[in-house]
Design a binder for this molecule. Structure first.
Ligand code: PLP
Length: 283
C-alpha cells in the first residue's frame, strides 16, 4: 500500500512516527474512517465535519485545508486503486518529550492509509451478528495503566490554565485520585485515609509502599473513599507517585487544607519513604 504521512506519500513500511508522538504516548489523537465504493467516498461531508468537531474539542488545529483534505482522500484512493474499502485518517497533536502538559506550537501528525474490505458483499449481512452485553467500561478501568491519557492530559492543562498544579478527579461525589498520582489525606485525628483499591483508580506502587511504611511508623490507616469536602477539612493531604514520591497538597479549589502549608506528617512520610527507597534501591 501507499500511505500518507505528514506531506509524504510512502510505501507502508517506510512511514515512521516518533515514539514521542502524543498519539502513541497519550492517545492524544483523533481519527475518522470513510467508506469507499467504486472508488467514491461515502458520507464524506459528515466525516470531515466530525473530524473538525473532534479536533476543536481537544484543541488541535486542522493541519490541512478542506480542499487539501478532500484531495488527500481522492489521491489515496487513486494511488491504491481502491475500489471497495476504507480510508483511515488520524491526526495526533504531534511529538515532544513526554509531559501531561503539552506545548501549543506542536506540528500535528497526519497519517492516512486504505484498507480493502468487501463492504457490499459482506457475508454477515446474510447471517446477522451474535452479540454479548457488557458494562460500558470505556474510560472506567483505571486500574490498568493504559496510555489512554487524553482526558488526564487535558485536565492537567485546565489546572495549569486556572493557576493550579494538578487535578483530583471526583466520581459520585468521592475523590478517586489525582491526574497521575494517588491522593491521600490525614485527618485531624491523625488517621491516614486513602481510597480502597478498585477499578476506580490506578493501584499505585508508591501508594502501597507508603501504606506499609505508615503502618510500621504506627500511623493509623483507613482505606475508604472520601469527598472533596472531607479532604478540604482534613489536617493534611498529599499525593504519591513514582515521579512525585510523597508530595504535599495544600489547597483544593482554592480552599486551604490545614494551615495551607505542607503538613508535618506528610513531610515525615516523604522523608521515611525516600530513606527506605534509597536503602532498598536496586543497582
Ligand atoms: N494514579 C495514576 C492515574 C497514575 O498515572 C499514577 C502514576 O503515574 C499513579 C496513580 C501512581 O502510581 P505509582 O505510584 O505506581 O507511580
Amino acid at each position: 500500500r501507499t500511505v500518507y504521512l505528514n506531506g509524504q506519500w510512502l510505501p507502508e513500511d517506510q512511514a515512521k512516527v516518533s515514539i514521542f508522538d502524543r498519539g502513541y504516548v497519550f492517545a492524544d489523537a483523533i481519527y475518522e474512517v470513510t467508506a469507499v465504493i467504486g472508488g467514491k467516498l461515502l458520507d464524506y461531508p459528515g466525516h470531515t465535519a466530525r473530524l473538525k468537531r473532534s479536533l476543536e474539542a481537544i484543541g488541535i488545529s486542522m493541519p490541512v485545508s478542506e480542499d487539501e483534505l478532500l484531495d488527500l482522500h481522492h489521491t489515496i484512493v487513486e494511488k491504491n486503486g481502491l475500489d471497495q474499502g476504507l480510508v483511515y485518517l488520524q491526526i495526533s497533536r504531534g511529538a515532544e518529550d513526554r509531559n501531561f502538559l503539552f506545548s501549543d506550537n506542536l506540528t500535528p501528525t497526519l497519517s492516512m492509509f486504505t484498507q480493502v474490505v468487501p463492504l457490499l458483499a459482506n457475508p454477515k449481512a446474510e447471517t446477522g451478528l451474535a452479540v454479548i452485553s457488557m458494562p460500558d467500561g470505556r474510560w472506567a478501568n483505571r486500574q490498568i495503566k493504559t496510555v489512554q491519557l487524553l482526558y488526564s492530559s487535558l485536565a492537567k492543562m485546565e489546572a495549569k490554565n486556572r493557576g493550579a498544579d494538578d487535578v483530583i478527579f471526583v466520581e459520585d461525589g468521592l475523590i478517586t485520585e489525582a491526574s497521575s498520582a494517588n491522593f491521600h489525606i490525614i485527618t485531624k485525628s491523625g488517621v491516614l485515609v486513602t481510597r480502597q483499591l478498585s477499578n476506580a483508580l490506578l493501584h499505585g506502587i508508591t501508594r502501597s509502599s507508603v501504606l506499609s511504611l505508615a503502618l510500621t511508623a504506627q500511623l493509623k490507616v483507613e482505606e475508604r473513599a472520601f469527598s472533596v469536602e472531607e479532604a478540604q477539612d482534613a489536617a493534611e493531604a498529599f499525593i504519591t507517585s513514582a515521579g512525585a514520591f510523597v508530595m504535599p497538597v495544600v489547597s483544593i479549589d482554592g480552599t486551604s487544607i490545614g494551615d495551607g502549608k505542607p503538613g508535618k506528617t506528610t513531610l515525615r512520610i516523604r522523608e521515611i519513604y525516600i530513606e527506605d527507597q534509597l536503602s532498598r534501591a536496586m543497582a
